[in-house]
Design a protein. Sequence first.
Length: 169
Amino acid sequence: MRLPSPGSVVTAWNDCCSVEAAISHEATYPARAAEYGTLANVLDAGRAVRAADLMKSHHQRLAFAGSLAALFQETDLLLIPTQPRADFTLAQEAEEFATTEGLTQFLRFVTPWDMSGSPTITLPGGFTPRGLPVSFQLVGRHLDEALLIRAGHAYQQATDWHRRHPALA
């Protein structure tokens, strides 16, 4: 099996997400911009996206979704990490999320499915050596959430990760 490269839709996600956020908040933003904190940066970016760039992102989204539809003709589910790192601190997260490139890199395992409209289910899969939780996601074909729920249920019947909790300091 060969997964279509998600690179173009991971990058395109920034434009699509910021435009969708700007549309969602247009009743109150920018009129109440002072109340938005750092979300204002996302909304400003969305309001600045050129129509031609948004259409290019949309075309990348459609191409990726089409490639996945072909893949799911022979595959029931994909097992994908939810994030690139598990054992990181809040300070490391803040540093990574401070730039568009850092956020894009961090979200590269979840944004392709958002862009393609593919349903996902995230499940617990253990703990790091420092005791932080680890998760993974199953990705299914379009409109086949029932299979994801059955697979997630079967996994939880066979494991007890969903019953374990990290130690609180």
